[in-house]
Unconditional design. Structure first.
Length: 632
């Protein structure tokens, strides 16, 4: 039996039908991603499946004793304990078992304890081990740290945590509860790339089922094998997000062909009926009309719907100079306490490039953007912007919007020459229609604020875009439009984002903030190339570490050490000769590889490290071989 089964679920709010006759099931071990436009009813359907809301009609059956872990979009819980204490409380039964074991240990310290005491202790010890009693504290720390709660954050009182920290702590508690079904509503909203990648790894090893609403396309590609789409019809696709896109396009083309074929048939039949209804073929015409009417009633194919996407144009008529940005000896931080967040390598950005700034939450990525914008001075060094630049800034928190202004006022402030009718038409391109344009900014949802900020950005004609988390709160359709527009943008972009799909699609430089080293790491290339470079770098470092360890463990005998016999000396020398030959062959093989002109810099660097380490070991063995004197 599936974990959850729903039959003919319908739900409406007033005259608005949100869900209509939806039937579905959540099998054991399923990995389901749930997508659709903002406001399409995804969260409502989740709540109905969980029993948190009731459908207008239809039924939901949940398997008996199914343990469900649910993450809503907004966390409205408060705990008296710290995240660490709250997560450890899940294992209170282990505390109880451990307490009983400690009591029995005290009894066993007495000389005359009963055999039953030993039996009870053995039983409890087996139970403690089976429940992971010796690992649960380490497991709690691992999960909290994997989600980014570390350096003391995991031990802060709940009321001192930020909204993002509370979300991460809540996710950790859900994961540690080991449910049969994980239900997530936008799980990556408050996670940085490192935490998202950790969660991906966790979910791949998770033994239960997963159902999640997410706008993170890269995350969906890595974690799901079924896609539910609500747009507004409910459809199921098999595969990850990329497979879903291909299948959706195929299904649309096939549906459109079927619709057009039927329309052509209807037109042909209607023309025959019109021409023959009063003629000699009246009976045939009447028969065809009856069949056509029946088909239109029972088997009419509707025209396939296409989702209305925002219409965005960010192109600029103003051409900047070739040099857009250059930094020299810059340190990023705040003047108040002179604390250096990180230092920059000397950066150069030219027209047409896109630099993606990545790194953990709270390390100063937005501070870097504001420093480049001259809103915050650098602690030291020089930031030089190029000539003929017009900058458009998309702030993560949308600080440029005025809470008490309505949408009409916001557009007029940026473009005062636009007439009210023009503003109304323009805002409709961003899905603001009717009385929406008179809403004050302060009551807009996160997605609505994002679309308004994009609408304002598009009016500025900027040739340098400074974008701080532009994908936040946008639905997938809007994300795809924005990514396409940015890819074709004729200016320069500096982007702060956790959206790996976006970064990999448009970035030509990667700037990663490394908080432990207090520096920014520069890589010229795409995000995928950067990840591969990091992987190769780690492998080369690990190979070097292994060789160094072998060298340390290998104890070359001192030259004055006397072997017990010439036979042993010969054995030793023979062994060294074999090892020397092996090392020479390895060095020769690497030398041949290094002659390959198609190798990139990273591959050459990795092979060079291996070659140098092997040469050192080879020289050491040759010296030792030469030091062994055998009396003839």
């Amino acid at each position: 039996m599936p974990l959850i089964t729903a039959n003919n679920i319908s739900k409406s709010f007033g005259d608005n039908d949100i869900l209509s006759s939806i039937s579905l099931s959540v099998p054991h071990k399923a990995r389901i991603g749930f997508v659709g436009a903002n406001g399409s009813g995804k969260t409502t359907l989740l709540k109905i499946l969980l029993g948190l809301e009731s459908p207008d009609s239809g039924s939901v059956i949940r398997a008996k004793n199914t343990r469900i872990g649910y993450l809503p979009q907004q966390i409205n819980v408060s705990y008296a304990r710290t995240p660490m204490e709250e997560c450890l409380s899940l294992f209170s039964d282990l505390d109880s078992i451990q307490g009983k074991m400690i009591a029995l240990e005290k009894e066993m310290q007495e000389k005359n304890y009963d055999q039953s005491v030993l039996d009870d202790y053995g039983r409890l010890q087996i139970l403690f081990e089976e429940k992971g009693g010796y690992q649960f504290e380490a497991r709690v720390k691992q999960v909290l740290q994997g989600l980014g709660l570390k350096n003391g954050e995991e031990n802060r009182p709940w009321n001192q945590l930020s909204g993002g920290q509370k979300t991460r702590a809540y996710i950790a508690k859900i994961l540690l509860s080991d449910p049969d079904l994980l239900v997530f509503d936008e799980p990556t909203n408050h996670l940085d790339i490192s935490a998202i990648e950790w969660l991906e790894s966790f979910l791949k090893d998770f033994s239960g089922a997963v159902l999640m609403v997410s706008h993170d396309r890269y995350f969906l590609d890595q974690t799901v094998n079924i896609i539910w789409e609500l747009s507004p019809e409910f459809e199921t696709y098999h595969g990850n997000y990329s497979a879903y896109l291909a299948q959706r396009e195929e299904r649309y083309v096939r549906h459109l062909q079927e619709f057009e074929a039927q329309q052509a048939f209807i037109e042909k039949e209607e023309e025959y009926i019109r021409r023959n209804l009063e003629g000699q073929n009246t009976r045939q015409a009447q028969g065809r009309r009856t069949r056509l009417e029946r088909m239109l009633k029972d088997a009419k194919i509707t025209k396939p719907r296409t989702e209305k996407s925002i219409r965005l144009n960010l192109s600029s008529d103003l051409r900047s100079g070739d040099l857009v940005l250059r930094t020299k000896d810059v340190k990023i931080g705040y003047q108040d306490d002179q604390k250096v967040l990180f230092s920059l390598p000397d950066l150069t950005l030219v027209r047409g490039e896109c630099a993606a700034v990545i790194g953990p939450n709270g390390v100063g990525k937005t501070t870097l953007i504001k420093t480049i914008l001259a809103q915050i001075p650098p602690l030291s060094g020089n930031v030089q912007l190029g000539s003929n630049l017009k900058i458009g800034y998309f702030a993560q928190a949308h600080e440029g919007l005025h809470p008490d202004s309505d949408l009409m006022d916001e557009i007029q402030t940026v473009s005062p020459q636009m007439l009210p009718s023009e503003i109304r038409s323009y805002l409709a391109r961003f899905h603001f229609t009717g009385d929406d344009i008179y809403k004050p900014v302060k009551i807009l949802s996160g997605g609505e604020r994002g679309r308004l900020a994009l609408a304002i950005l598009a009016l500025q004609g900027a040739n340098l875009l400074m974008l701080d988390e532009p994908m936040n709160h946008l639905d997938i359709e809007s994300q795809e439009v924005l990514q396409s527009v940015l890819k074709d943008f004729n200016g320069t972009i500096i982007l702060v984002s956790h959206d790996r799909f976006l970064i990999d699609g448009i970035a030509t430089q990667i700037w990663e903030v490394l908080p432990k080293k207090k520096t920014l790491q520069l890589y010229q290339g795409t995000y995928s190339q950067y990840k591969e470079w990091l992987k190769q770098k780690d492998e080369a470092q690990n190979a070097k570490s292994v060789i160094i360890k072998q060298e340390k463990n290998y104890k070359a005998p001192a030259q004055n050490v006397s072997l017990q016999s010439d036979r042993k000396k010969k054995q030793k020398k023979s062994f060294l000769e074999e090892e020397i030959q092996k090392l020479e062959e390895e060095c020769s093989l690497i030398g041949t590889k290094l002659e390959d002109k198609s190798l990139d810099f990273e591959a050459i660097a990795k092979l060079g490290l291996e070659y140098n380490a092997l040469q050192d070991q080879l020289n050491q063995m040759i010296e030792e071989w030469a030091s062994i004197n055998i009396d003839e």
